[in-house]
Write a protein that binds this ligand. Structure first.
Ligand SMILES: NC(=O)c1ccc[n+]([C@@H]2O[C@H](COP(=O)([O-])OP(=O)(O)OC[C@H]3O[C@@H](n4cnc5c(N)ncnc54)[C@H](OP(=O)(O)O)[C@@H]3O)[C@@H](O)[C@H]2O)c1
Length: 281
C-alpha cells in the first residue's frame, strides 16, 4: 500500500506516536505514516476506538500497528505509556499530538468544569505528552513533534474554550521550538480548517449545520482527513528539517477570505457523507 504523495521509505526505521490515532485525522495520519514505513503506536482513552483501528490498520498495511489506551490528561498514565513505547520499540522519532476535543457552545453557557476539561485535554494534555516524550527520548536523541490545533488567528465563535487552548498550544510550540532547537527537536503545529471527519458526528446540530459551514470555504469543500495527514507527515519528516516553531494552516483558503469578494456557491452541493474506516463498514 503506497502513499499518493510521498516516497514509500520516508519513515523507514522511525517510530511515531499518534494520539487520537483510532479515529478521523489521527487514523488517517497513522495510516499515512505506516504507508511510509514508520512503526506507528496509537493511543487514546477508549479501547473501542483503539482496538478496531489497530486491527484494521494492521490488516490494511500488512504489518503491525500498535496501540494503547491512555488519557493524555493523566500524567502518570502518559509517562507509563511513553516509557512502554521506548521499551518496546527502542525510540520515538515523531510525536503527533492529535488527540483532543471540545463541544460547541456559546461562551455564556460554558460551565467552569467544561472550560477546564477542554483546556486540560487540548492544552495540558498536549504538554503532558510532549514533556514525557522529550524527557524519555527526544531531548537526548532528537525528534519531531507535530501538534494538531485549529484556526486560531481570527475568531471561532462557539469554541472559546478550545480556541484559547489551541492558541496556547501554538504559543507553547513556538517557545519549545526555540528552547529545543539546539537539541535537534523540532516543534510545529498543523491548523486544520474544516475537515470531514468522524469528529463531526459529535456536533449536535448535525449535518445541516455542517453543510452551511462549507459555504465559508473559498474552495467550497471540506478537507479530507488524508489531506491533513499529508501535512503532518511532511513537516514531521526530513522534508521539514529546517522548519520549526511554525503553525501551518491547511484550510482551503478559509482564514484568508474576507467578506467583500463573493465566491459563488455551486449550483448543486454534493451530498455529505461522513467517512468511515474500512473496519466500520
Ligand atoms: N475535524 C475538524 O474539522 C477539525 C478541525 C480543526 C481541528 N480538529 C482537531 O483535530 C483533532 C482530531 O479531530 P478529528 O476531527 O479527527 O475528531 P475525532 O475523531 O473526534 O478525534 C479526536 C480523537 O482524540 C481522542 N481523544 C479525545 N480526548 C482524549 C484524551 N483525553 N486522551 C487521549 N485521546 C483523546 C479521541 O479518542 P478517545 O475518545 O478514545 O479518547 C479521538 O480519537 C482534534 O484535536 C480536533 O479537535 C479537527
Amino acid at each position: 500500500m503506497s502513499s499518493r504523495v510521498f516516497r514509500d521509505d520516508l519513515y523507514d526505521g522511525k517510530v511515531a506516536i499518534v494520539t487520537g490515532g483510532g479515529t478521523g485525522i489521527g487514523a488517517a495520519t497513522a495510516r499515512e505514516l505506516g504507508k511510509l514505513g514508520a512503526t506507528v503506536v496509537i493511543a487514546s482513552r477508549k479501547a473501542e476506538n483503539v482496538d478496531p483501528a489497530v486491527k484494521g490498520l494492521t490488516e490494511e498495511l500488512g504489518r503491525p500497528v500498535y496501540g494503547a489506551t491512555c488519557d493524555i490528561r493523566d500524567r502518570d498514565a502518559v509517562r507509563k505509556f511513553v516509557a512502554s513505547v521506548v521499551a518496546d520499540h527502542g525510540r520515538i522519532d515523531l510525536l503527533v499530538n492529535n488527540g483532543g476535543g471540545q463541544f460547541f457552545a456559546p461562551a455564556e453557557t460554558i460551565s467552569d468544569k467544561g472550560f477546564d476539561a477542554v483546556v486540560a485535554t487540548n492544552l495540558t494534555g498536549t504538554w503532558n505528552m510532549t514533556r514525557a516524550v522529550a524527557d524519555a527520548w527526544m531531548l537526548a536523541n532528537t525528534g519531531s513533534i507535530v501538534n494538531v490545533t485549529m484556526l486560531t488567528s481570527r475568531t471561532f465563535p462557539g469554541m472559546a474554550h478550545s480556541v484559547a487552548a489551541r492558541a496556547g498550544v501554538e504559543a507553547m510550540s513556538r517557545t519549545l521550538a526555540i528552547e529545543w532547537a539546539a537539541r535537534g527537536v523540532r516543534v510545529n503545529c498543523i491548523a486544520p480548517g474544516l475537515v470531514l471527519s468522524s469528529g463531526f458526528s459529535r456536533y449536535p446540530a448535525g449535518l445541516e449545520m455542517i453543510a452551511t459551514m462549507r459555504t465559508t470555504v473559498p474552495m467550497k469543500r471540506f478537507a479530507t482527513c488524508e489531506e491533513i495527514a499529508w501535512w503532518i507527515a511532511f513537516v514531521g519528516s526530513e522534508a521539514g528539517a529546517y522548519v520549526t516553531g511554525q503553525t501551518l494552516t491547511v484550510d482551503g483558503g478559509k482564514t484568508l477570505w474576507g467578506d467583500w469578494w463573493p465566491i459563488a456557491d455551486p449550483a448543486e452541493w454534493p451530498k455529505i457523507e461522513l467517512p468511515k474506516e474500512p473496519w466500520e463498514k
